[in-house]
Design a protein around this ligand. Structure first.
Ligand code: PHE
Length: 458
């Protein structure tokens, strides 16, 4: 009976078309990571030099791991946990899946809060209080939102309810349908905002900040932050891409699809950077403002353009859709586990997961108000979740995934899966990817982790 269920799931829930696969995977990758996290980290880590290291990490570490996850997922045709049980029975590699489930909870805890701010800004954009080029005005709108405990909680719950409802509708309909239509519109809107931003007075300073590197500011911690961002951005190192891989059809070209996702994701991040940084310098904002950067600077760009209010509503609306696509994939890691491995009904699994996330999440939601004085290792709950997931859990998960794929699963199975059992002649490129997974990824990630966390120092 249980096996029958699995069979039914494996065939009915696959992404129906090639475009659907690409868009759903992109839907997971593109999110608040591009629009909120990438600009805030680039701003507080010195700009262009950070961007370059981030791009290197994306290509050298992110791309190979994404291919590995898609391949393992499609081969295992299960959740992140039992895929490892299937592919390597009687071993403890399932630990990767277990860590991934933990990471999904911790990421959702702060992600739903930032998404809540975005939802709130959709509504605030209709009013006139936000539309200002004065840093003090936009900062105070943001501060009054995040320091209000009840508002923070309610927006987070709204986010959780929306995501839960989409998940209950099922994989292909829910995910494919939502993401397919919206990403291109978001990209076009970012280009429009970018054009306005670079035509502002003094915009050159912002472009210089974003594109002219000064490597003197780079430390081991900065490199770890860039690596962590690469993991977070591509949704890798925790089983989200593996879970999506399990929905892939047998004829989808994994390496090509992954390359498109990486390229498109990077493009959206850089567009967001071009939209934000010229305005930062033009209006006298602080590039290192941290997690509030997006929310205080972007309204000022809109305030200085025709139809600003209309575009601002649209911008926050589309950003909230991008966030939803990413959150669906996070929740899906846990729900797929509860359904496949524990045999829970899908609706029940979704309710249980969302409930758990609300509990973790409320600690992050209250980090700027009621719980602002409570610190874990010197961080508020929000910053603790943000830091430990990107900078520890995901890189460690990615390191283990690379070792598992290259050293345990092995070349023959990797090659068979990534070439669709010999149907695509791509062994040249997948050999390179495999070699990187075998030697470069584990060593590089280990060194960056150990030095970035100051466990060893040169
Ligand atoms: N990649 C998503 C973003 O950039 C976040 C995410 C991380 C989603 C990990 C799934 C898994 O917003």
């Amino acid at each position: 009976m249980k096996d029958g269920n699995k069979e039914a799931r494996a065939t009915s829930d696959r992404f129906s078309t090639g475009l659907g696969v690409l868009m759903a995977t992109l839907g997971s990758a593109v999110g608040l990571g591009n629009i909120w996290k990438f600009p805030y980290l680039t701003g507080s880590n010195g700009g262009a030099a950070f961007l370059i290291i981030y791009i290197i990490c994306t290509i050298l570490v992110g791309y190979p791991i994404m291919i590995a996850e898609h391949a393992l997922g499609r081969k295992g045709r299960s959740d992140a946990f039992s895929t490892f049980r299937k592919l390597a029975p009687k071993s403890i590699w399932w630990i990767i899946g277990a860590m991934g489930i933990l990471a999904a909870f911790l990421i959702m805890a702060f992600y739903t809060e930032v998404a809540g701010w975005v939802f709130a800004y959709v509504f605030k954009s209709f009013g006139s209080g936000l539309l200002s080029t004065d840093p003090q005005v936009t900062t105070s709108v943001f501060t009054s939102l995040v320091t209000n405990p009840l508002q923070s909680l309610i927006w987070q719950w709204i986010v959780l309810i929306v995501v839960g409802a989409i998940i209950i509708m099922g994989v292909t309909k829910g995910i494919e349908g939502t993401t397919k239509k919206l990403l291109p519109i978001l990209a076009i809107l970012l280009i429009i905002i970018g054009i306005r931003s670079i035509t502002l007075p003094n915009s050159v300073e912002g472009l210089t900040f974003l594109f002219k590197p000064d490597f003197s500011k780079i430390t081991a911690t900065t490199i770890l932050t860039a690596l962590g961002l690469a993991f977070f951005k591509l949704s890798i190192g925790m089983g989200a891409m593996l879970t999506y891989g399990s929905y892939y059809g047998d004829n989808q070209n994994i390496p090509v699809n992954a390359a498109r996702v990486v390229a498109a994701d990077l493009t959206v991040s850089i567009l967001a950077g071009i939209a934000i940084f010229p305005a930062v310098f033009s209006f006298g904002f602080e590039p290192a403002a941290g997690t509030q950067l997006l929310f205080i600077t972007i309204p000022s760009v809109f305030a200085s353009m025709p139809f600003g209010k209309f575009f601002m509503v649209l911008f926050f609306l589309l950003t909230s859709f991008a966030a939803i696509g990413a959150m669906i994939s996070l929740v899906e890691v846990v729900v797929a586990y509860l359904v496949n491995s524990l045999g829970m009904a899908r609706n029940k699994a979704t309710f249980a997961t969302m409930g758990g996330m609300a509990v973790f999440g409320s600690l992050a939601a209250l980090s700027n108000s009621t719980l602002s004085a409570v610190k874990v290792f010197g961080f508020t709950f929000f910053d603790f979740y943000d830091f430990t997931t990107s900078n520890i859990l995901l890189p460690v998960g990615g390191l283990l995934l690379a070792i598992f794929t290259a050293w345990v699963w092995g070349w023959n199975k990797f090659n068979a899966t990534t070439s669709n059992e010999g149907a695509i002649a791509n062994a040249g490129i997948t050999r390179v990817v495999f070699t990187i997974l075998k030697f470069v990824t584990p060593i590089l990630v280990a060194i960056i982790l150990l030095t970035g966390l100051k466990i060893i120092q040169f």
